[in-house]
Design a protein around this ligand. Structure first.
Ligand code: NAP
Length: 255
């Protein structure tokens, strides 16, 4: 008999977790993606793509597929799917576990201005034209049309189409991880004087934060949204161990 595990993904850790759990013959893994990225990286496990139709839809999917455990391994800013996952788990009685990557903390030399939302981050840019690096999702950058006085360097995985209705924006297509020396070169080459970032946590996108610190550049850091309280772990290995524990409560360790 195999145990069915649904992983809500869209992050590097979700893919790593899926690969790790799939190595066990007694686990059947399904990785779920929102389906917004045109060319997602190969995931190495079966995937399904697209929304479920809210918490009810997800609860229905869990029942129909006989899923035994639901794992929320989505991005920390994907607050709606995380709320839906917690609600669907309650409705269906399927246990839920979450992978919650810790956020970055400011260290000596960082010049962070924290904002509660993207609109607040836009306010924080001020009236005087700045040269701004937007390291945000494609869906969030459109809001910066509200501050057309700035120069924007916009990096995304998929093209920002249509482009922003501002006079001065440059676009870069790239997928992380991004290393600090490359990020430093990028900020210098484009004479960036302010970075807008989410507090994603992890190493893959920390390069720009370290580079901004080294260059004395300000960072407007958009704070994380509130997420539902569910049993969680901070790393792939710790979460994998929690999954095993659900099925083998007496097992000490090991996937
Ligand atoms: P969101 O606002 O929380 O989700 C919006 C809706 O998209 C959800 O209500 C759900 O639709 C659908 N959805 C989101 N994630 C899904 C998943 N893994 N599988 C199936 N449906 C999903 O999230 P978002 O900001 O749109 O983010 C979408 C996805 O991109 C998430 O999976 C997130 O992890 C990923 N993401 C990755 C990064 C990154 O840097 N790697 C950054 C941001 C987001 P229904 O209500 O119809 O089910």
């Amino acid at each position: 008999m195999t145990h069915r595990i649904l992983i809500l993904g869209g992050t590097t850790e979700a893919r790593q977790l899926a690969g790790k759990l799939a190595a066990r013959a007694d686990f059947t893994i399904m990785l779920s993606l929102a389906g917004r990225t045109g060319s997602p990286v190969a995931q190495g496990v079966p995937i399904r793509s697209g929304g479920f139709g809210g918490a009810d839809g997800l609860a229905g999917y869990l029942k129909e597929t006989g899923t035994d455990v639901l794992i929320d391994a989505t991005h920390p800013y994907a607050a709606r799917i995380s709320a839906n996952a917690a609600a669907a788990a309650r409705m269906s009685g399927v246990p839920i576990l979450a992978l919650r990557r810790p956020g970055w903390e400011p260290v000596d030399g960082d010049r962070w201005l924290e904002a509660d939302s993207v609109p607040e981050a836009i306010q924080a840019l001020g009236d005087v034209p700045r040269r701004v690096f937007l390291a945000l999702g494609r869906q969030e950058v459109a809001a910066f049309e509200a501050a057309p006085q700035h120069h924007y360097l916009i990096r995304s995985v998929d093209p920002v189409e249509p482009g922003l209705a501002v006079p001065d924006a440059e676009y870069l297509l790239a997928r992380g991880p991004f290393r600090e020396p490359d990020e430093r070169a990028l900020l210098q080459e484009h004479r960036i004087d302010l970075v807008v970032s989410k507090n994603s946590g992890g190493d893959a996108t920390y390069g720009k934060i370290a580079a901004a610190r080294a260059l004395g550049i300000e960072v407007v850091m958009v704070r994380r949204p509130d997420l539902p309280e569910v049993p969680s772990a901070e790393t792939v290995d710790a979460l994998a161990a929690m999954v095993v524990h659900v099925f083998e409560p007496d097992a000490e360790r090991g996937v």
